[in-house]
Write a protein that binds this ligand. Structure first.
Ligand SMILES: Cc1cc2nc3c(=O)[nH]c(=O)nc-3n(C[C@H](O)[C@H](O)[C@H](O)COP(=O)(O)OP(=O)(O)OC[C@H]3O[C@@H](n4cnc5c(N)ncnc54)[C@H](O)[C@@H]3O)c2cc1C
Length: 482
């Protein structure tokens, strides 16, 4: 099949049965036309269509090593600096489409799978050929251009103890039994963004460590979303049918769902790690999956920061506030964030080297630093936009006003230095959707948490970073004789 079109994505989406609950109703029929999903499904379809556009095809696809058909560039296992640059160009093109507002475009988990496949020997254990499972799964996803979601975190019942010490040890998804067919999983995982994916990867967290007690929870596998007993329970949708009122939410609300496993059978060929806390703890770093996922994330984040800088500049200029130094300072803060993220990308790519798995791999020091800094600086962008827009962010009547008797008031009182009333409201609705609406609030939470709890991430970063050379320089100065 190779790189798919938007139409093929939508057809597969609607023809794949899945148990998705929205409030009191299980969604039946074509999920791509459900109000909660129609906008984001259309946006994902547009991303897939980009792969086939003649002027973009060179960047968006490469030749499959097995079928020689074009397949998505994010599946490419980079061997050279040019390969890495091509991956970045592809990821930027997708990120720019949504202003960086879609965190779970397919390239995120494609990057993870392609890295794990290159490092598949990591998975071998106990006579079972998990390495081949990983390689075969990667090829299956690549050749069918599947869209993946993933889930890492156990339900938030009692964070004071691990999953095995909860009052009910079957709350967190775990192995119940092993049969000839596969491994039976019961319990739940806290969140999976994008329940309209084709498949779900169930993996250990990159941040939370498992101990020996966590054996039945220390698993990694992948399943089609149609697997019997697999259930997605959605949050309230932030999507809107009006692109004027909610330019972002109407297009890019990816939706987040709790994932329930009612004795789901994972076929043996889809099992990657089984009851192995040590492997579960190391999988992301040992395979470099974390490096390539964080590389993709940093590219998206840079794109988002550029979009937010453009938005902040337009807001300031539109109301004639751009001349004030404190306004310029606020826009500059966002520009600095954009440049910081781009510098991390350049540094990681500039210092890339061929890993022990044979891939041209971005330097993890800048990319891990980006991963840790972003949750701290990303919220600043929304804060700056709010400070710039001020009450203008509330002078945003619903679209109906445009066709109402009050329209002359909109034309007169909502106009701005550089925009008529309709355009000013359009711009400020976009700013509100990015910074303050339900969609904007979810964006804020996402950027703070999507790679894991930033507090524990910072603690891990402290332990991981080689601080010795810096300490040595201080000690040398302390004891300098002259
Ligand atoms: C919008 C959004 C989308 C997401 N999408 C996905 C997805 O697609 N797939 C996926 O797998 N995950 C997803 N996540 C979940 C994300 O991985 C988690 O939010 C993150 O790992 C933090 O875990 P938690 O939310 O369970 O927070 P918790 O671990 O419950 O933390 C809650 C608070 O308690 C503190 N805390 C808890 N335990 C400890 C401890 N042991 N030591 C110190 N402090 C502690 C934390 O610092 C935090 O302040 C998403 C999250 C969000 C917000």
């Amino acid at each position: 099949m190779g790189a798919k079109s938007g139409k093929q994505f939508l057809q597969r989406l609607d023809s794949t049965p899945r148990e998705v609950w929205y409030g009191g109703q299980r969604i039946t029929g074509g999920i791509s036309s459900h109000p909660a999903f129609q906008g984001v499904a259309k946006s994902i379809a547009a991303l897939y269509d980009m792969q086939l556009r003649p002027e973009l095809k060179e960047v968006m696809t490469y030749e499959s090593p097995t079928t020689h058909e074009p397949v998505g560039t994010s599946f490419m296992q980079p061997r050279t600096m040019d390969d890495l640059a091509k991956r970045t160009a592809m990821m930027s093109a997708w990120a720019n489409y949504s202003g960086g507002m879609m965190g779970r475009t397919a390239d995120y988990l494609n990057s993870s799978m392609m890295a794990m496949a290159a490092a598949a020997d990591f998975f071998d254990k106990d006579g079972r050929d998990y390495a081949s499972n990983v390689r075969n799964y990667y090829e299956h996803v690549r050749e069918n251009d599947l869209l993946l979601t993933h889930t890492l975190i156990n339900p938030q019942v009692n964070r004071g103890v691990g999953p095995s010490k909860q009052a009910d040890p079957f709350i967190a998804a775990r192995v119940v039994e092993k049969t000839g067919e596969g491994v039976v999983i019961r319990g739940a995982r806290m969140l999976a963004t994008l329940p309209i994916a084709d498949e779900i990867m169930v993996f250990p967290s990159t941040v939370i460590r498992s101990g020996q007690d966590d054996m039945p929870y220390s698993v990694a596998f992948a399943l089609p979303v149609s697997a019997r007993g697999l259930k997605f329970i959605c949050r309230e949708s932030f999507a809107s049918e009006s692109a004027y009122d909610h330019p972002l939410a109407s297009r890019f609300d990816e939706q987040d769902a709790v994932v329930v496993f009612d004795d789901v059978v994972v076929p043996w060929e889809r099992v990657f790690i089984l009851e192995d806390p040590e492997k579960a703890n190391r999988v992301s770093e040992a395979t470099d999956a974390i490096v390539f996922m964080a590389h993709q994330a940093t590219v998206r984040e840079a794109s988002k920061a550029e979009f937010m800088a453009g938005l902040a500049t337009l807001v300031a200029e539109t109301i004639g506030a751009d001349q004030f130094p404190q306004v310029q300072e606020k826009v500059s803060e966002i520009l600095l964030i954009a440049e910081t993220m781009k510098a991390f990308i350049r540094a990681s790519e500039g210092n890339a080297s061929v890993s022990r798995w044979g891939l041209m791999t971005p330097d993890y020091v800048p990319i891990n630093s980006a991963r840790n800094l972003w949750p701290k600086i990303a919220p600043t962008m929304a804060s700056m936009l709010k400070l710039l827009g001020a009450s203008g962010l509330m002078a945003i009547p619903p679209e109906g006003i445009l066709e109402s008797p009050a329209r002359p008031d909109l034309d007169r009182y909502y106009q701005a230095k550089l925009a008529d009333g309709e355009e000013r409201v359009r711009l400020f609705k976009l700013a509100w959707d990015a910074a303050g609406s339900s969609f904007g609030g979810r964006q804020d939470l996402y950027e703070r948490f999507f790679f894991g709890d930033p507090v524990r991430m910072a603690s891990a970063y402290y332990g991981w970073y080689n601080k010795e050379p810096y300490k040595e320089r201080v000690k040398e100065l302390l004891h300098r004789k002259d």
